[in-house]
Design a protein around this ligand. Structure first.
Ligand code: ADP
Ligand code: MG
Length: 307
């Protein structure tokens, strides 16, 4: 069976679902065996560490969701790159319309037609793959942008500058900040897409005082190019380029040149309404996805670019 997380605001509904499932195929809920697990709350309360998931299904419920945009934002954040968000109603628009007419408080929204769907996802990292909108069947399939290899790897190199000194270390992920004006040119005339990238990084000239020989080797890295909306508010602040190298350095390396070969893009930048804890969980997921991507054959040559 697959790993499934059932999400509902009603513990009674979850209990009934689990009981029915376990009667058919009992599963152990301890350890990491694939299982049906339950989360009580709405989709926005599901922590990022539950993901990344292949798909998020809103089945026979989307019309009842009060903040539909917030729900889609949360769902897109739980899905892996290239993952799907599916809005479905097996009884379709006509039946749903009658339900809504009978109890508009419980069902505040109609199922979105093509135009409403476009408006709902505007600015979110989602695109419409397909929409079936018939009287007796409704299914909208949305996709989170796939993590993609860049057409060619990018090489960035610049001295590490001081950042805001606020947060990265407390988050457990120090980020070596690179001066944006010296590195964004590498992304081409259209500039970088804001978000998280992965690659290899190497500190070119570690300070002989205090650093260890291992500090001069190449290591996998995650790179954030963005405006820090979780800290700076929805509009974001100045563009920053920050590299977290997956290595424990013996000493800081401000002022020292860092070379980074960027292999691909993991996810678009988004604001975490859950604040710093949500961001920390997402960074951990990003690191896992970066390691997985870098292990693939398509990025085998990347490490050599920083040597
Ligand atoms: P700042 O806001 O000045 O960028 P951070 O808390 O983000 O401060 O810490 C960044 C500094 O930490 C880097 O400039 C670098 O000197 C040091 N550092 C130590 N280990 C790492 C690492 N694994 N990846 C990136 N930077 C690291
Ligand atoms: Mg930093």
């Amino acid at each position: 069976m697959e790993d499934i997380l059932a999400v509902d605001v009603s513990p009674a509904m979850l209990g009934a679902g689990l009981a029915r499932h376990n009667a058919a195929s009992p599963t152990s809920l301890s350890g990491n065996a694939p299982a049906l697990r339950a989360w009580t709350g709405d989709i926005e309360s599901v922590p990022t560490y539950q993901g990344p998931v292949d798909a998020v299904f809103f089945n026979s419920v989307f019309g009842n969701v009060h903040d539909q945009r917030g729900a889609l934002d949360a769902a897109s954040g739980l899905a892996r790159p290239g993952g799907r968000v599916v809005l479905s109603h097996p009884l379709g628009r006509a039946w749903h319309g009658r339900l809504r007419a009978a109890d508009p408080e419980a069902v505040p929204h109609a199922l979105p037609d093509a135009g409403a769907l476009d408006a709902l996802i505007a600015g979110l990292p989602l695109r419409v793959v397909s929409l079936i909108d018939e009287a007796d069947c409704y299914a909208a399939v949305l996709e989170v942008p796939p993590g993609f290899a860049l057409p060619a790897p990018l090489l960035l190199e610049a001295p590490v500058v001081a950042g805001f000194g606020r947060g990265s270390r407390q988050l457990g992920t120090p980020t070596a900040n690179l001066p944006p004006d010296q590195v964004v040119g590498a992304f081409g005339p259209a500039g970088p897409s804001l978000g998280v990238y992965f690659g290899w990084a190497r500190l070119l000239d570690p300070d002989p005082e205090g650093s260890a020989p291992a500090d001069a080797a190449p290591y996998p890295a995650v790179l954030n190019v963005g405006r820090r909306p979780t800290f700076e508010g929805q509009a974001g602040g100045d563009l920053t380029v920050e590299v977290h190298v997956l290595h424990r350095y013996a000493a800081d390396f401000y002022g020292r040149p860092l070379r980074v070969a960027v292999g691909g893009f993991l996810r678009p930048e988004r604001r975490f309404a859950g604040g710093v804890p949500a961001l920390v969980a997402q960074i951990a997921a990003d690191i896992g996805m970066a390691r997985a991507a870098l292990g693939g054959p398509e990025h085998a040559g990347l490490r050599g670019m920083v040597e």
